[in-house]
Design a protein around this ligand. Sequence first.
Ligand SMILES: [Zn+2]
Length: 146
Amino acid sequence: MNQPTQPQQPEGDVPDGQQADQSKWPRPQFETLIWRGVRLRCPRCGEGKLFEGFIRMPERCSNCNLRIQREAGFYLGSTYINYGVTAVLMTATFLFLRLFMNIPAKTMIWPLFGFCIIFPVLIFRQARAIWLALDCQFDQSILNEE
Ligand SMILES: [Zn+2]
């Protein structure tokens, strides 16, 4: 008849103020984080804008004060997203036009080349925003930074 000696805390019960602060910004669902990135919104609150103008990112979220300007080189990782999306779309477009529309490859080279130049410029903000959202997905401590 051994009974547990430690009192069991029900999940979600907050014994002290420190843990209450940690749950101030619970991690949103993955889809929510990505959607906030697509909309160029703060991954933590979903309200603050991640860009002022086309390129400039503010130091902090205007709504929740999340630090948007990360360490130097942080946003270099967003090129993986940018490159990946561009490559997948370009390849899918090429295969669709070649296999289903029977358009010769020579005809598609320059339009697809132009796509590969212009499209990454158009989505670089979303790529950065989604990179920040992914960082919040995999390191929840960012959401609780002051
Ligand atoms: Zn925010």
